[in-house]
Design a protein around this ligand. Structure first.
Ligand code: ADP
Ligand code: ZN
Length: 722
């Protein structure tokens, strides 16, 4: 007897589809199957098995057969509920969400080993220059032919040629080889009384195996990691899995090192840089419960943990937990929902918790544990403002004399300095002195940013890059382009002028693009091979350099200009985090913030250290404006390469907005990036009171509308950009 199953096929455009389960094939909800779709075969997840069709539906004999079941544990109920919840809450197609829970393409097939290649160490005589260069770029890396070709930026044929020439050899990788077991007793720290009190609560939560969200709130350097490691140790003792979510891959490396020091081996790291074989191995070890601890960025949230016992969200205030394309979800909030469905505790660790999270604590939904002081002898650094109007830098310079003096004194004491400016590249804007021409991205509403290190101007939104021209493309005059404003590269130039003897490093996503680069940077800092770091937000969190005692914030006002409802909060968080890098060891730290408005409430809060008063005022103004977390927003973004079509559609959607008590619709207006990757974007902003099921309203509203195929409509629930 055949039966019928409803399957979510990995094609985000379609909803669940019915298939016939042929005789002899057994599926259950969550089974991963291969399903035909048109001429293609795609993976899918069985959502309902043994479905009884209504009379109106086509009979089983008209359905297509499922083609196979993959030999892997089915996606369990809590994860299926999470997929449904996420799709529902963020108004995303369920197949687009389930895809995040699946390994890419055919990574699940039954084979046990994968053939990879690596250098033999023998370099044949008479290699073509291309092959020689490819070999050099591959270095000690190992991977599939395709992966090595990508690393070396050559065709697959070149890699095969290197295999034939004996320069590369095949290695069989067993994808089911187990991961080492972390040992909870490996290096147990002696906790301070505050740490011990917090840790014992978290350990009890893990033992209880119940949903319990808890904010672990402690200043930078208070030892939060050591505290939540105790909860991880308890989960390991119970044989249950832990997921640690980090806001960005760049933080993985320091985390791996600390974890290894505590538990004797590294956890499984899940990120976009994994080789396919590593991805398969990790996925299977997670799905069978063998891998006990996984650390990863957002996407690790949807992995099929067989036996979850704990979720940790580190740096929980970070805005990069919010995904801004594809499914617009907030990983922090989805992680809490996963904890709820799996019935496990969730720890949100932060020195600067978001107002949303504080509000959850205030309302009693989340518990809170505090670590009031820094661990050991370390003190919180003193923060001082430098008024850029009273005490300006020299013309054409960006570092004020007081900061220059402090830098000199710090270097004399053989200590390290960090200068923070959240702007990659040399200058945010380049223009022609003769005709005023500015370089704008052809695909986006954004200026192109000059990067001198690579001699290109690039767009930070779509990645469009061109060699920096010598002549102005408008007026053809040469040597007439000028840089306006500073980026980190320009600050580094100024530092080299001021302190030619000092060793300077620039830390941005341009220089630290992989975990290996991050590890290299950490090693150089620890060896004091760097005196002065100039960095973007990448440098503001997670790092612990005891000899770093001076932090200078080049432009504290930078984040305040956007008119974003979270601008003050973010500025506060970012500067507290970067200030938190100073004086983490025994030597005291000092922080200077350069600002034009030292009397602004956020600057006052930073200087006096009175976070509570600042947050209270911020929370009050959110309440008055009925802004999150008290009221809610949702963006409806309409985009198309055809500007008129996008605008017409946005207008039509706006005109058909339903009249709902407690809800207002603004716009359409040009979206925050009016043009992005060649698409014109308009946005309607929905503002609603908390109690309203705004998703339901939007679903019904958009559900009855139609728009041309070239127009895309995306909903951004709880948007972050305004
Ligand atoms: P946070 O995450 O709160 O910023 P960390 O967990 O990074 O703080 O701790 C700051 C520093 O103090 C780290 O170097 C850490 O190893 C050290 N530390 C914290 N608690 C202990 C402890 N109980 N024993 C030894 N070292 C500790
Ligand atoms: Zn662009």
């Amino acid at each position: 007897m055949s039966s019928r199953a409803r399957v979510l096929v990995m094609n985000s455009a379609l909803g669940p589809l019915d298939y016939r389960v042929p005789h002899g094939m057994a599926v259950e909800p969550g089974s991963i199957v291969v399903a035909p779709l048109g001429p293609r075969q795609l993976m899918g997840v069985v959502w309902e098995a043994d479905r009884m069709p209504s009379d109106a539906e086509v009979g089983d004999n008209r359905l297509r057969n499922l083609m196979g079941v993959i030999d892997t544990p089915p996606i369990a109920k809590p994860l299926r509920r999470l997929v449904e919840w996420t799709a529902d809450y963020y108004l995303a197609p369920p197949a687009a969400v389930v895809r995040m829970a699946m390994p890419s393409n055919s990574a699940l097939e039954g084979t046990k080993t994968i053939t990879e290649y690596r250098a033999t160490g023998e370099v044949p005589a008479r290699l073509t220059p291309q092959r020689e260069q490819a070999l050099e770029r591959i270095g000690v890396r190992q991977g599939l032919i395709r992966e090595l070709a990508a690393v070396a930026d050559v065709s697959d044929a070149v890699i095969r040629g290197l295999v034939k020439a004996g320069a590369l050899e095949a290695v069989q990788v067993d994808i089911d080889s187990p991961y080492p077991m972390p040992d909870p007793k490996f290096a147990q720290p002696a906790l301070s009384p505050d740490q011990r009190a917090a840790a014992s609560v978290l350990v009890a939560n893990v033992a209880a195996h119940e949903f319990q969200p808890t904010l672990l709130d402690g200043v930078t350097g208070s030892g939060k990691t050591e505290v939540y490691f105790e909860a991880v140790a308890e989960a390991i003792r119970q044989g249950r899995q832990t997921l640690v979510l980090l806001p960005e891959i760049a933080l993985t490396e320091p985390f791996l090192q600390r974890f290894t020091a505590r538990f004797g081996c590294a956890p499984v790291a899940w990120h976009s840089g994994l080789r396919q074989s590593e991805r398969r191995r990790a996925w299977r070890a997670i799905a069978t419960g063998q891998a006990l601890v996984t650390v990863g960025a957002r996407s690790a949230l949807f992995l099929p943990y067989a036996n979850l016992g704990l979720i940790v969200i580190d740096e929980a205030h970070e805005t990069s937990f919010k995904q801004e394309d594809g499914v617009h979800y907030h990983a922090r909030d989805v992680a809490v929902m996963r904890g709820k469905f799996e019935r496990v505790p969730v720890i949100l660790a932060s020195a600067t918790p978001a107002i949303e999270t504080r509000q959850q604590v205030a309302s009693g939904r989340y518990a809170e544990l505090k670590l009031p002081g820094r661990w050991g002898a370390a003190e919180m650094p003193a923060i001082e403002a430098i008024d850029l109007i009273q005490d300006p830098p020299e013309r054409g310079r960006w570092i004020a004399p007081r900061l220059v003096k402090a830098m000199g004194e710090t270097l004399e004491r053989r200590e390290q300095v960090l200068l923070f400016l959240n702007r990659r590249g040399y200058a945010p804007l380049t223009l022609c002195r003769t005709c005023g021409h500015r370089f704008q991205c052809p695909n986006c509403t954004a200026w192109m940013v000059e990067h001198r290190l690579i001699a290109h101007i690039t767009c930070h939104h779509c990645g469009h890059a061109e060699p920096t021209p010598r002549a102005c493309p408008e007026c053809a005059n040469e040597d007439t382009l000028v840089a306006v404003g500073p980026g980190v590269e320009r600050i580094a130039d100024e530092v080299k002028l001021l302190f030619p003897e000092a060793k300077t490093a620039v830390v941005t996503s341009d220089t630290i693009w992989s975990p290996a680069k991050a590890a290299e940077f950490v090693a150089r800092m620890e060896a004091h091979d760097i005196d002065i770091v100039v960095g973007t937000q990448l440098i503001t969190k997670g790092y612990h350099f005891p000899n770093l005692t001076l932090v200078g914030v080049i432009d504290a006002d930078l984040g305040l200009n956007g008119g974003d409802l979270r601008a003050s909060e973010r500025t506060f968080q970012q500067i507290m985090q970067v200030a938190g890098r100073a004086g983490r060891g025994e030597k005291p730290g000092h922080v200077y913030i350069q600002t034009h408005s030292p009397d602004a409430p956020v600057m006052r809060a930073l200087i006096t250290g009175d976070a509570d008063a600042f947050y209270a005022a911020e929370t009050e103004s959110r309440r008055e404006a009925n802004a999150p977390p008290f009221g809610r927003f949702a963006g409806i973004v309409v985009s198309s390469e055809d500007k008129a079509a996008a605008y017409e559609t946005a207008l039509a959607i706006g005109r058909s907005a339903p009249q709902v008590e407690g809800m207002e619709v603004y716009g359409p207006a040009p979206a925050p990036l009016a043009m992005l990757r060649g698409r014109h974007r308009f946005r309607l902003l929905v503002h609603a009171r908390r109690a309203l099921d705004v998703q339901d309203v939007i679903r019904a509203w958009l559900g009855q509308l139609d728009w041309p195929g070239k127009v895309r409509v995306a909903v951004d629930v709880d948007p972050y950009s305004f």
